[in-house]
Design a protein around this ligand. Structure first.
Ligand SMILES: [Zn+2]
Ligand SMILES: [Zn+2]
Length: 431
């Protein structure tokens, strides 16, 4: 559904425009020439007002800038104050070479980090983001309401044609009219049903302040918690690090009314939520989001994920990564050994519900072993099309991370705990 390739993205906007035009205008042509039920004036008005709202919201969803990081935040010169405060986990985008704000993701098509990215929509050829979400939501809303209304008008005519099916055919509509009516009915029904499902899903995003990508992250987190429960509360990360996994609450759900207001551009004016010409959210917003206080300070989203830590990770110190276990004493090491043994047993157990694909860092180690003599460039060993790696983990809807349009190569393995200050220092040394 969210798949994307060059051809479809170029054809998407003309195709959707043709669809809107077909349903909105050829339907009126049909209604005007279908004599059994004359079209009333108020019906003409309603169809055209809905069509206008759909056009405006659709083109705004397509052409409003989904947002970009302000140039000032791209600067590699972090102030000492910022360095001192870089205790909580900072995310870093390898592609943009810039700090990645909370809830931002790197879009493969837009080729940059997009604030509060929901997904890259192939039908608008644009990202649904903090800035385009209100337009996208209004588009879905007016499309469903408008096409739902059209469905009632089509249904009214179709039931008359059906009722008169036994009359001599010269009394009824022509073959052309019948085909047109049939086509309108089929196309409108399928489109309105599909968009209705998408609207419900989007409404869930609005009410709970969860983007489509974050829904995936929540499911992923729940899977890891289940795995860890079987394996003694810990999962193994790169280099045998033990990473403690505990259930974490989603932090951005701040109450239904605030959630809706944030999604619809930060305004509490209910009229503007539905106004097609409402202004796009302010461009200074979208980089910081208020969080609820279910979790203590220093707990970040997405939660720690041992399979998403890139390898080789810098040997983390205890202060940098509170979630990572190092062995302080021999007793602890013995306990860890026992846990590993339990883990092995669970892996061998035929009906164990813990399934794990080959982990990224294991594959890298394997590659290093096999190709240690070659001058191997650190190439894209991850993010390929195979289903072997943990990056191909799919949620209940069968979606993996890249199905939302994100650049999986940098997104899946970008959840490291390296503070920004350290990264900056590394970069400066490398140059
Ligand atoms: Zn980026
Ligand atoms: Zn995009």
């Amino acid at each position: 559904m969210f798949g994307d390739d060059f051809q479809t993205s170029r054809l998407a906007i003309p195709a959707v425009s043709i669809l809107i035009g077909f349903l909105a205008y050829t339907s009126q042509y049909f209604f005007l020439h279908f004599e059994s039920v004359p079209l009333r004036k108020d019906e003409v008005w309603k169809i055209n007002i809905f069509a206008l709202c759909i056009w405006v919201c659709y083109f705004r969803s397509c052409y409003v800038d989904p947002g970009r990081l302000p140039a000032s935040q791209k600067s590699a010169n972090t102030s000492p104050e910022e360095k001192a405060h870089a205790t909580r986990r900072q995310r870093w985008c390898r592609r943009c070479e810039a700090y990645k704000p909370p809830r931002a993701h790197h879009c493969k098509t837009c080729k940059r980090c997009i604030p509060k990215m929901d997904h890259h929509c192939p039908w608008t050829s644009n990202c649904v983001s903090h800035f385009t979400f209100p337009h996208f939501f209004r588009f879905l809303f007016y499309a469903v309401v408008g096409m739902g209304y059209l469905e009632t008008l089509i249904w009214e005519r179709a039931s008359i044609v059906w009722g008169n099916r036994n009359l001599p055919s010269y009394l009824g509509p022509s073959v052309g009219q019948l085909s047109h009516l049939f086509l309108l009915f089929v196309v409108n029904s399928i489109t309105v049903l599909t968009l209705f499902i998408l609207l419900l899903r989007t409404l869930y995003s609005v009410l709970f302040n969860v983007t489509t990508i974050e829904s995936w992250e929540i499911e992923r987190h729940e899977t890891l918690v289940r795995r860890a429960r079987v394996l003694g509360g810990y999962l193994e990360g790169p280099g045998g690090q033990k990473i403690r996994i505990r259930k974490q609450e989603f932090p951005y759900d701040i109450g239904i009314f605030s959630n809706i207001s944030q999604a619809m551009g930060g305004t509490i004016n209910i009229f503007s939520w539905f106004w097609p010409f409402a202004t796009t959210p302010d461009h200074n917003s979208g980089w910081e989001f208020p969080i609820n206080d279910f979790e203590g300070p220093g707990v970040t989203w997405p939660p720690p994920d041992p399979d998403r830590i890139p390898f080789p990770a810098t040997k983390p110190s205890a202060t940098e990564s509170p979630g990572i276990q190092t062995y302080a004493s021999a007793r602890e090491e013995v306990e860890a050994f026992n846990r590993r043994q339990l883990q092995d047993m669970n892996r061998r157990r035929p009906f164990s519900n813990v399934q794990r694909r080959k982990r990224f860092h294991d594959r890298v180690q394997q590659l290093d072993k096999n190709e240690s003599d070659d001058e191997r460039q650190p190439g894209p060993i991850y993010g390929d099309d195979s289903d072997d790696g943990e990056e191909s983990w799919r949620n209940a809807d069968g979606e993996r991370l890249r199905d939302f349009g994100v650049d999986e190569d940098v997104e899946f393995y970008d959840e490291d705990d390296i503070p920004l200050g350290v990264l900056m220092e590394q970069r400066r040394q490398a140059q």
